[in-house]
Design a protein around this ligand. Sequence first.
Ligand SMILES: C[S@@+](CC[C@H](N)C(=O)[O-])C[C@H]1O[C@@H](n2cnc3c(N)ncnc32)[C@H](O)[C@@H]1O
Length: 189
Amino acid sequence: MNSHFNFLAPFYDRVISFSRLEQTLRVLDLPHPGSLLDAGGGTGRVAAALRPHIGFLAVADVSRAMLVQARQKDLSAASAETERLPFADGFFDRVLMVDALHHVSDRTATVRELYRVLNPGGRLVIEEPDLRTWPVKLIALAEKLALMRSHFLAPQQIAALFPPDAKIEIEAEENTAWIIAQKVTDQTP
Ligand SMILES: C[S@@+](CC[C@H](N)C(=O)[O-])C[C@H]1O[C@@H](n2cnc3c(N)ncnc32)[C@H](O)[C@@H]1O
């Protein structure tokens, strides 16, 4: 999988554009003066668009070639597996993962780590193709046949990976779902 994205990295941004800025800002509750982690953030395609709306931003990804592209955008980029993030508990006010959860080897460990590095009161958003829709079911099948080792989960299955104290909402539009998790504190409305 890593070699797959290493191969795609130089062309990735030209093939896949980012058209959902307004929706992403809304589900992440941005702008915010604090910090954001884009986990599995690849070339920084999404992070670059979010940069004006957050104080500090970092991309973490396992593919070094994807990270080369992110660094060319002057983004802070960490080589890391999302199953073992090199950040302290509660380090980020916002955590985002776009189109990457179905690519990681261990989805349970990844969600646990994303939640661990989220600041109490913070917000974590996982954007995934919505497996409840037929086009995504077909993509999941095609990726399986192409031996891509991706593993899609339905939004409710992703929500179930969070600890019970997380306050979860699910939004969906067309073939995309957003799983929005808040780390609740006494001050959370
Ligand atoms: C489809 S790309 C999406 C990249 C970016 N989020 C975007 O929307 O442009 C999936 C990314 O997940 C990364 N990835 C896959 N497994 C990973 C893991 N275990 N830890 C960190 N990154 C991983 C890949 O290297 C790739 O950059």
